[in-house]
Design a protein around this ligand. Structure first.
Ligand SMILES: [Zn+2]
Ligand SMILES: [Zn+2]
Length: 768
């Protein structure tokens, strides 16, 4: 199949083919403690014996050791927690189990799986936002296997702990599924929700507390990440012994476009074309690959990073299929998180049954667990981590059949680096999940929640870890808590309002004015970028234009319109240093980690022709500025060292700016973040550092651990940045190296050769 796809191209776009061999499964005997009833139940479901990693994890969990099993997609992680949990429920008719999934859909899938085992007296049930009042009461009293999500635990179960006292007292296991999702700020919140859960279990008198069983996608050092998440010592099972189909994995770089004199990148900021597009876009390439595979009857899933992108890929593949065979386009659809649940499940069913042959999706996590065994997966743009890359690729492969996975590089420094460094994709260990429970912006609100649930004691503060004492003192200071001899008390009648999913606030609803129909939602943090007045918003390939964005009501009004342009919002940013946490003095070079205040405002948007990317115009916007106190990593160079490196004073701004863009682009290589999770700023002289400086900061209040990680890995991060720029085949800089799609300064000034000189100067001085 790969051969056919390559042939279509004038120049071979494949930079590397990795053959992932099929793996033979390694079965293990059932643990001796596994009751015959359960073995029989699994046998009825076609599982005659567990794989070795399942048995190992189950053994640890049954032995009441906290364990994380971190193996590939479809490796049977659920058996590893179901077996010890259900065996315990059978042995102790009072014991209970709490299962947490990051999405309601996943919890519903798991409910089906547990219910299918038909274990008597367990009465598994989902408890989430959709559960009726009457059902809730029944579940609290009778269910011994409750499936929910961290948000429900946070907003519903823990605040109502008294009603759950019986369940919590008897809680034997807490299962945390897909735990690698709990990263960054969200992960830090969930870490404290789990500590609050442990606290309530202890209050209701269970001696040793529940045993945690965590399931993770393959990730680096899962024991440490799971330990940070739960606050407990966790053992890890990481060797995947399940069988797997062979996969041909191709790295694909879209071809260079013929040179076009009108796009030389020298246009005036805001007027001419800013991104010097030299390659065919990854979206178009993905749409073509999807159309080609679907045309030959191959069931294909395309992963596209943005919701907008998924819509564009589906629409474009549909169009070319319809041109070839009218009606064939109907067998391709778009699928993304903003759609309503019923819509998404319907699309999945259609793909599984073959009514649909191609689906363009934004996020693997939103897909049902049953959606595996596809023939091909096309990944449009590196998904940010090797862990998610493998997770997405893992959707391909039916037993006995060879599957295809293709990673299509976007015009982006990280993607370019990766398709030319296959060892960084296939030879490197997957990343560790990064979270920071000590983030003061998470810890304070979480301690307020805990205090509202029950007064905090000195012993509790230990449970919440580093920074808890300071956070409580700060809450007393602002009048949220009152200190009494018996502990700290929440002073208000209402509970604190805390959103686990970050600062974005409530999602913004997208409503069609003419019909009042709710089209979908956009998270609050992205609303300024995606739903500003005039923005083009896509839903199921249908395009809408935003008439008004009401930030107070959390609602955007749109009307149906199909303009031939897309919109791209731009922001401006300023930054001041608040404090330095740590630094490395490397002579003429300084490397710092500290707190900064960032002010940014979405000020304008560009309209660009969809077909050519040509900029039509730039229009001003009137949106409020947003303040952010966060954590940044920054480096400084002495002006003399820049002269010594051969950078003319006049070129310093362009050199630093280019280095900043590329450094942001490469940060996901060392931290599990997304380019859009971080921001940057560079300047030839910054008032706070009094030197040429490049800042890279976490785009979340209080930081998310990414800048911290970059500081810790600075040498390898900046080395990869330097190599990515140096190895890019373009002449004067392009989106694959130093240009950034979210630059607030119109990608000007930028100097590619001077950026390499700057990074060389930093790397020679920085300790390894
Ligand atoms: Zn380039
Ligand atoms: Zn910039």
């Amino acid at each position: 199949m790969l051969h056919r796809l390559r042939q279509r191209q004038p120049a071979d776009p494949v930079t590397h083919v990795e053959r992932v061999p099929p793996r033979v499964g390694e079965p293990a005997p059932w643990p001796s403690w596994a009751p015959a009833e359960l073995r029989a139940a699994y046998a009825r479901r076609g599982v005659s014996t567990p794989w070795r990693h399942q048995a190992e994890a189950a053994d640890l969990a049954y032995d009441r050791r906290h364990v994380v099993v971190a193996t590939g997609t479809a490796s049977g992680k659920s058996l590893a927690y179901q077996l010890p949990a259900l065996a315990t429920l059978l042995a102790d008719p009072r014991a209970t189990v709490l299962y947490l999934a990051p999405t309601k859909a996943l919890a519903a899938d798991q409910l089906r799986a547990v219910a299918a085992l038909e274990v008597e007296g367990v009465r598994p049930a989902c408890y989430d936002g959709d559960t009726s009042r009457a059902e809730r009461e029944w579940i609290r009293r009778h269910s011994r296997f409750v499936l929910t999500n961290p948000d429900m635990l946070h907003h519903g179960i823990l605040p109502g702990h008294a009603q759950w006292s019986g369940f919590l007292r008897r809680l034997a296991y807490v299962v945390v599924d897909e735990c690698h999702v709990y990263r960054g700020v969200f992960g830090s919140h969930v870490a404290h929700v789990l500590r609050r859960l442990r606290r309530q279990c202890a209050r209701y008198g269970r001696n040793n507390g529940p045993t945690f069983v965590l399931a993770s996608a393959t990730s680096g050092d899962p024991a440490t990440a799971a330990g940070r998440l739960t606050g407990l010592p966790v053992s890890a099972v990481t060797e995947d012994t399940s069988p797997r189909a062979g996969v041909t994995f191709a790295l694909w770089e879209p071809p260079l476009l013929p040179p076009d004199p009108s796009t030389d990148g020298s246009g005036e900021p805001g007027a001419g074309p800013e991104l010097n597009q030299v390659r065919r876009s990854a979206l178009r390439e993905t749409a073509d690959l999807l159309a080609d595979t679907v045309a030959t009857g191959v069931r294909t899933l395309a992963f596209v990073r943005s919701r907008r992108g998924a819509e564009v890929v589906a629409a474009s593949a549909r169009r070319s299929l319809d041109e070839a065979v009218p009606g064939l386009g109907d067998r391709v659809a778009a699928y993304r998180a903003g759609y309503l649940r019923e819509e998404r499940r319907e699309l999945e069913r259609a793909l599984l049954h073959g009514d649909l042959l191609g689906l363009a999706s934004t996020n693997a996590l939103e897909l049902g667990v049953d959606l595996i065994g596809l023939d091909a997966v096309v990944i449009c743009g590196y998904p940010g981590t090797r862990a998610s890359l493998w997770q997405q690729a893992g959707r391909a492969g039916r037993s006995g059949q060879e599957a295809l996975a293709v990673l299509v590089a976007r015009d982006d420094p990280l993607d370019t680096y990766l398709v030319h460094h296959p060892e960084a994709v296939f030879g490197a260990p997957v990343e560790a999940t990064v979270l920071d429970p000590a983030n003061a912006y998470v810890l304070g609100p979480q301690l307020a929640c805990a205090a509202a649930e029950a007064p905090l004691t000195a012993a509790d503060l230990k449970l919440f870890g580093d920074g808890a004492e300071e956070a409580v003192a700060a809450l007393v200071e602002v009048g949220a808590l009152r200190q009494r001899p018996t502990g700290w008390y929440w002073r208000h009648r209402e509970r604190p309002e805390v959103d686990l999913r970050g600062e974005g606030g409530a999602p913004v609803c997208v409503v069609e004015s003419a019909t009042g129909r709710l089209l979908g939602t956009v998270d609050g943090g992205s609303a300024h970028f995606l739903l500003h007045p005039g923005a083009v918003y896509l839903h199921q390939g249908v395009s809408y234009v935003v008439d008004a964005l009401d930030l107070d009501d959390g609602c955007a009004l749109v009307h149906h319109e199909e303009p031939d342009w897309s919109t791209h919002a731009r922001d401006v940013t300023s930054l001041s240093v608040v404090s330095v946490r740590s630094y490395v003095d490397a002579g003429p070079v300084g490397l710092f980690l500290g707190e900064v205040d960032v002010t940014s405002q979405v000020v304008s948007y560009q309209r660009r022709r969809i077909a050519t990317g040509e900029v039509i115009d730039t229009r001003p916007l009137d949106l409020p500025a947003r303040e952010l106190r966060t954590v940044a990593v920054w480096f400084t160079l002495s002006p003399e060292s820049l002269v010594g490196a051969g950078v003319e004073p006049a070129d310093v701004p362009g050199a630093l700016h280019a280095a900043e863009h590329a450094a942001i682009g490469l940060l996901p290589l060392v931290a599990t973040c997304d380019r859009w999770d971080i921001g940057g700023l560079s300047t030839a002289v910054h008032p706070d550092t009094e030197a040429p400086t490049v800042f890279v900061y976490d785009g979340h209040p209080g930081g998310a651990g990414f800048a911290e990680r970059a500081y810790g890995m600075a040498a390898s991060w900046l080395r990869a940045t330097r190599d990515a720029i140096a190895e890019c085949g373009c002449e004067a800089g392009c989106p694959s190296c130093v240009q950034s799609p979210k630059c607030g300064n119109g990608n000007s000034p930028l100097s590619k050769p001077d950026a390499i000189r700057v990074l060389d100067a930093v790397l020679t001085n920085l300790p390894k």
